[in-house]
Design a protein around this ligand. Structure first.
Ligand code: SAM
Ligand code: SF4
Length: 328
């Protein structure tokens, strides 16, 4: 099986594919003023056929795991068809979605039937009022019911993404731990990342995941080994809890050394890093099946340009105005 390997011998098994920029939430750290179409993005997002061809090329190049993200991916009316199209490539054994949870309760059973194998839901607070303040949507109960519906539909674990923010949710670790005591939820605290639009929030709210790690270890939480296609989370388990804790610390030393993912935006540009510069356009090769070999060559050739690390420490957030733009 051909492999995607970069100049630093990192192997890439994992594609994060944004299927739309559009979002119906207004998370303070992402789209505080709501979704606005980008100047250059007036064209439509990748079609179902284009997504099938794109993931065909990645599957041929050794991709085993795909995550559908956005914007809010479940706003696509053809979302079930997208799931089925990606899973039609048998090499892709893991297909995940990251969602704000707004459509979960209604649709999760049909997503699973179409071939979805893993689910991440974003929940930044377990307090419905605070949830509304952060997301701009009064949907806490709906999202919680969606998580229950995912278990009922047969998912044995649900991952929950929580963006860690100073004096907003870092002070509620006890409540989060109580929530996962009897639920098989992997609760992943993601350090707030600085984006082009989010400098001020970053300066006032960023807190290191290290602060949580220092509380978890004395409580008996133990760090687990990392699997090949796993994301960058440090995962902790505790014998008294059904749930797990994940810490995602993009500012930690050597974070980029374990990078195993590539990204494609909803407009079909290959992004080598969430915080890199402009993407490499692939869309011109997605119009028909004849472009497959050229597409694979452009993807593996482009990968050689991937830098060793991001430059967030120098305050350089790349060309990313917010994470909905190329899919967080
Ligand atoms: N709309 C979906 C959702 O919110 O789950 C998928 C797209 S969203 C951009 C993907 C993930 O990125 C979410 O878990 C969100 O919390 C996270 N995210 C967005 N902006 C972020 C930031 N500035 N720092 C850290 N995480 C961020
Ligand atoms: Fe929308 Fe997700 Fe960004 Fe929140 S984090 S505004 S739900 S894309």
């Amino acid at each position: 099986m051909p492999q995607l390997i970069d100049a630093f011998a990192r192997k890439f098994y994992y594609l994060r594919l944004s299927v739309t920029d559009v979002c119906n939430f207004r998370c303070t750290y992402c789209l505080p003023n709501g979704y606005r179409p980008h100047g250059s993005n007036n064209n439509s997002f990748l079609s179902l056929d284009e997504i099938w061809r794109l993931t065909h090329a990645f599957a041929d190049l050794g991709t085993e795991k795909v995550r559908l993200t956005g914007g809010e991916p479940s706003l696509r009316r053809d979302f079930c068809d997208i799931i089925a199209a990606v899973r039609s490539h048998t090499q892709i054994s893991t297909l995940a979605v990251t969602t704000n949870g707004y459509r979960l309760e209604r649709d999760i059973a049909s997503w699973r039937e179409a071939g979805l194998t893993a689910l991440n839901v974003s929940v930044d607070s377990l307090d419905s009022r605070q949830f509304k303040l952060i997301t701009g949507q009064d949907k806490f109960r709906q999202v919680m019911a969606g998580i229950d519906a995912a278990f009922a539909a047969g998912f044995s674990q649900v991952k929950v993404n929580t963006v860690l923010m100073r004096n907003i949710n870092d002070i509620h670790l006890d409540g989060f731990l109580a929530w996962i005591k009897t639920r098989p939820i992997q609760l992943r605290f993601i350090e707030l990342m600085e984006t082009g639009d989010g400098g001020e929030l970053f300066r006032s709210r960023h807190v290191s995941g290290e602060v949580l790690r220092r509380q978890l270890i004395p409580m008996g939480w133990q760090l687990q080994p990392r699997g090949r296609t796993d994301g960058p989370a440090q995962v902790f388990r505790h014998p008294d809890y059904q749930g797990e804790i994940g810490l995602i610390m993009p500012y930690a030393k050597d974070f980029c050394a374990g990078c195993n993912r590539l990204r494609v935006s909803a407009m079909g540009d290959l992004h080598l890093c969430l915080f890199g510069e402009d993407g490499i356009p692939l869309r011109d090769l997605l119009a028909d099946d004849d472009g497959l070999e050229q597409l694979k060559a452009r993807i593996s050739g482009g990968l050689q340009l991937k830098k060793q690390t991001h430059f967030l420490h120098q305050g350089n957030t790349g060309a990313t105005p917010n994470l909905s733009f190329i899919g967080g």
